[in-house]
Design a protein around this ligand. Structure first.
Ligand code: PLP
Length: 381
């Protein structure tokens, strides 16, 4: 198999989706599967839909264009220059401003299909969103456009400033929904409370209020809660693995020598060991992954990364040139691998969700693995 690659188990994606869909259904919340981190992969999207997601969301028009779903939502404010494309590939988009709304209305009039709008409300994280006081005027603007349909209200927290969803900020959204519905005599299809960071609130509060939908990416794909990057009980945290090939193995002295300045990416991490290091180089670098989110196999330590090299201390592992090493991934490493043209994306069907249960995770997720090509075995053997 070619390396580097990112292996994704679609059965695990489906199972993660189903578990979250079932848990949230008990509190009256639907799940939109967010595919932006997998560039709108149709395979991953289909796994999310099999797992019970009611629709798909993506932040980018080209990704949405790859997808088919009962309901496709553009989850980033449309670019003014793309309004025409947006009404073609999305049934609904998340919006905040009158200029884009007018352009969407105009574009939708040409297609003869009304375009759905979710107005995003600012609840404190200071990214996209209309101040709650200005929401009534924005609602009137949408209702005044003949080719726009007010699908609902929404919010997004935790992405820009790490503001945590709670009863207070979610309560503001619910109250606004009640106000808008009463004022205009309408009923909204969707109250989109937020992203994966809303999960622990939604599943622990007794007061979800009017929130009836969440847009979930990271929780489904990686099985972690982004607020503290902790594993979500019952979910797979190893649905995707980055695999790289060993290109050099050597025993190296503990410390570098010579006068020292900056390394390729700033100050090099201190090498603290005293004895010789059993070192390997993998053909994997910052052009392929974000090293911060990489989890090496147990007993292996990452010593450093540059554009094209990942240097590890192998510890007791016996590894040879040509062997493959698998790494667990955090969101940053995952996203970089998915967007790198050098990393092959490989999807495996995996096992279907029916009748099987996800293994309960512990710690910060499972480490990677080592696949040997030939004669290597653990050094202790
Ligand atoms: C990325 C994004 C999501 C999904 O976020 P996750 O943390 O991956 O669940 C939801 N909504 C918006 C607006 C986003 O940009």
């Amino acid at each position: 198999m070619t390396a580097p690659r990112i292996d994704t188990d679609l059965g695990k994606i489906e199972q993660n989706t189903r578990i979250l869909v079932d848990r949230l259904a008990r509190v009256g919340i639907r799940v939109t599967g967010v595919t932006k981190a997998v560039l709108g992969s149709p395979g991953v999207a289909a796994a999310m839909l099999r797992g019970g997601a009611c629709g798909l969301g993506d932040s980018r028009v080209p990704n949405l264009a790859r997808l088919s779903a009962p309901l496709r939502t553009l989850i980033r404010t449309p670019m003014l220059s793309q309004a025409g494309r947006v009404v073609d590939v999305a049934d609904v988009s998340l919006n905040t401003g009158p200029t884009v709304l007018a352009a969407l209305d105009h574009a939708a009039s040409r297609t003869g299909r009304a375009h759905g709008v979710v107005l995003m409300i600012e609840l404190g994280d200071l990214r996209e969103g209309i101040a709650p006081d200005d929401a009534p005027e924005a609602v009137r603007a949408v209702l005044g456009h003949p080719w726009l349909r007010l699908a609902g209200l929404g919010a997004n927290l935790a992405c820009q400033n790490g503001v945590v969803p709670d009863d207070r900020n979610m309560g503001v959204l619910s109250a606004l929904v009640e106000h808008v519905e009463a004022r205009h005599g309408i009923s909204l299809d969707v109250v989109s409370g937020g992203n994966s960071a809303n999960l622990s609130w939604a599943l622990s509060t007794g007061h979800v209020g009017r929130v009836d939908e969440l847009r979930l990416g990271e929780a489904i794909l990686l099985g972690v809660d982004p607020l503290h990057r902790t594993p979500i009980p019952g979910l797979h945290t190893d649905a995707s693995t980055v695999v790289a090939e060993v290109i050099e193995v050597a025993v190296k002295p503990a410390r570098p020598w010579g006068d020292r300045a900056q390394a390729a990416f700033g100050d090099a991490p201190a090498r603290t060991g005293t004895g010789p290091v059993h070192q390997a180089i993998l053909a994997l670098g910052r052009q392929d992954v974000d090293p911060d989110g990489l989890r090496p196999p147990e007993g292996v330590t990452v010593l450093g990364t540059s554009s094209d090299h990942l240097v590890v201390d192998l510890g007791d592992h016996l590894v040879e040139v040509g062997d493959e090493m698998g790494f667990g991934v955090g969101y940053g490493a995952f996203l970089r691998a998915m967007t790198s043209p050098f990393v092959r994306k490989v999807e495996h069907p995996g096992r279907p969700a029916q009748g099987s249960r996800a293994r309960t995770s512990s710690g910060s997720g499972p480490p990677g693995s080592i696949t040997t090509t030939a004669s290597s075995k653990p050094a202790s053997a």
